[in-house]
Design a protein around this ligand. Sequence first.
Ligand code: P1T
Length: 385
Amino acid sequence: MSKNLGKLHKATNAIHAGNEPEKVTGAIIPPIFQTSTFVQTSPGKHQGYEYTRSHNPTRTALEECLASLENAKYSMVTSSGMSAIMLILHTLKKDAKILCGDDVYGGTYRLLTKVFNKYHQTTFIDFTQTKDLEKAFKVNKPDLVWIETPTNPLLKLTDIKKLSKLCKKNKVILVVDNTFMSSFFQNPLDLGADIVIHSMTKYLNGHSDVVGGCLMLNDKKIYDQLWFLQNSIGPSQSPFDSWLVLRGLKTLAIRMERHAENASKIAKFLEKHPQVEKVIYPGLKSHPQHKLAKSQMHGFGGMITFFVKGDLAKSRKFLKKLKLFKLAESLGGVESLVDHPAIMTHASIPVKEREKLGITNNLIRLSVGIEDLDDLLNDLKNALV
Ligand code: P1T
C-alpha cells in the first residue's frame, strides 16, 4: 500500500498514486517484480504475495494508480480488455439477461453473441433513441446493463447519471466501458455506474506496446467475486506489462489534452471538406449529444468517425494515400491510426446489423495521435482527393 496522498488532481495521481519509492534502495520507480512465486517463511506465512497469478507487487502498484484515477475503492488489472469483460460476464448467474448498447466494439459483440450466449441472453438497444427506457427495463428485465459511451465506432453518448438512476431503481448492475474517454476525461463511477472497465491497450497505456484491461468499482462483494474469478480462471497481466502501463500513465494528462486538441481541429477541418459527407465528434456543435458531452465528460477525446463521399473503392483509395495515419486496428496510442470498421474492428457484427447501425463501407474511424497538427492535417488533405 502506498502512502495516503490526500485529495490530489488526476494529473498528479497519474504520476504518484501507487508509485512509492522502493523500500530497499529508494529507487523512485517501482521495480518490475518479474517473478512467478514468493518465498514463504513457513507454510502460509508470507508478506502478502504468494503467486503472481493471484497478486504481484507491480500489478498492485498499477491497480492503486488506476483506482485513484476513477475515484474507485477497488481496481483489478487483467491480461486484456476482453478478459476484463469476460470476468464481469462470469459473475452473472445462468440465464441472466443483459441489456447492451447496440453500438459496441466488435469483440464485445462477439463475446456476448457467440460465447456467453450459451449462458446469458443479450438484447441490444440504442440507448440514445429509446425514449421509454422504463418500458425497455420492464420488457427486458435485465440483470445487467452494458454500455460504451462514447460508443465504438459511432461515438454515441448515453446519459450515465440518468441510466444509473434507473438501474438503481430496478436493482440492475450498470457497467460502463470507458475506454474511449480514459479515466482522464470521464469518471462513470462518480455518475452512478457500478463497474467501469477499460481496454488499457488504448489511452491508459498510450504507447501501443501493451495489451491489457482493468476494472474499477466500489462494491466489495462484487470485487471479491471478480478477484475469485480472476484467480480461478487466470487472465492476470504480466508484471512487465503492468509496469509499462504504470509508466504510460504518467503522461496520461498531457497526452489526453493533446489528443483532444488535435482531434477537435481535425474534426472541424473534415466537417468543411467537400469530400466528406458527415463527421461525428462529441466536441462538434453538430454532434446530436454535444450538450451531454459537455456535461458528463471533461474533454471530447481523440476519436473521430466520419463518412467519406463515395463507396468502398473511395474509402480504399483514401486509406491507401494516407502516410502518417497508419491503417491498423486499435486506438489511443501516441501515433495516429485509421480504421475501416466494417472490414476491420467490427467485421464480427453481421452485415445486416452493421448496416442498420450505419457502419457502412464509407465509414472511417480516426484515432488522432499527438503528432504535430499541421502534419496530420496535411496527411488528410493529401489523401482526401
Ligand atoms: O483489445 P482488448 O484490450 O482486449 O480490448 C477490447 C476492447 C474493449 N472495449 C473497447 C471499447 C474496445 O475498443 C476494445 C478493443 N478495441 C479495438 C481493438 C479497436 O480497434 O476498436
